[in-house]
Design a protein around this ligand. Sequence first.
Ligand SMILES: NC(=O)c1ccc[n+]([C@@H]2O[C@H](COP(=O)([O-])OP(=O)(O)OC[C@H]3O[C@@H](n4cnc5c(N)ncnc54)[C@H](OP(=O)(O)O)[C@@H]3O)[C@@H](O)[C@H]2O)c1
Length: 287
Amino acid sequence: MQGSALIVGIDSQIGGALAEDLGAHGLSIWATSRRGSGSRTAFLDLAAGFDRWTPPRVNYAFLCAGVASIETCEREPATTRRVNVEAQITVAECLVKQGTHVVFLSTNMVFDGSRPLMTADEKVCPTSAYGAQKAEAERRLMLLGAGVTSLRLTKVLSSKQQLLCGWASTLRHEEPIQPFCDVVLAPVSVRQVTEALRTIARTSATGIFQLSGDVDVSYAELAYELADKLGRSRHLVQPVRGAMRYLIPPPAHTTLDTDGIRRLGLRVPSTHETIDDIAREVATACR
Ligand SMILES: NC(=O)c1ccc[n+]([C@@H]2O[C@H](COP(=O)([O-])OP(=O)(O)OC[C@H]3O[C@@H](n4cnc5c(N)ncnc54)[C@H](OP(=O)(O)O)[C@@H]3O)[C@@H](O)[C@H]2O)c1
């Protein structure tokens, strides 16, 4: 691939992985961070003003910075809305004006989770502040013109995540873990996400796309898979109910229909393929 890309939020899980992926595929990478600046990284705090920020002239921009915690959005709706909605629109407006293809990262939480496999064109119905912010940002971004894409993601897993590494370390010591049996996910891996974002850029696809596993599984099922990969007894996995501990009841269904992204030529792995891969990676990576 040729050209240049801006990663807004290079320190995020997805932004960091995307920068590596796009760099390896020949794109020249620019970035923003709220931790500092460098030759190709500009300081940008989305909660502050934009006076000192001039967007670089790039072909693609990926909006990866934001408050991704459902709890924080619920507790601080006004400040998080400034970052997750207003700032995203301001940044996107600057970029679209100069002809950059802008890609926003959204979520299955724009739906209420009452039904599985929601299609991209179904009416949004969020039940959390986080979901409502993402739905509003998406709607307003789509009004900016032709050069905007939103990719809705279900839970993104990587072998670097604390929860999974913590489970691996506990299981290795032959100690029990207590994953939730009543909270579900239809995970995608961070690698699948970067591949989907690269495909969107390469094909200049605009509009709303979705990336998701095909079925929901509980966190307990993920933990059993990890115990298997580590060669530990499944008896060490002791599922508990945890949904009532959430500030917002977790959705009964998280799956999204992926027809749109498949039509771009992307292969979307099944949930079971993804948890098999992630469990294997965690078993190798987390010592
Ligand atoms: N991960 C998932 O399962 C998932 C699922 C669906 C959608 N998404 C969306 O995908 C995007 C990236 O997710 P992620 O998991 O990679 O995120 P992440 O690892 O939680 O990182 C979020 C990033 O946003 C930055 N940030 C927060 N407030 C900021 C502000 N005021 N100004 C500038 N930067 C700010 C953080 O900076 P610091 O590093 O300095 O704290 C952090 O690097 C988010 O929009 C998220 O909502 C994620």
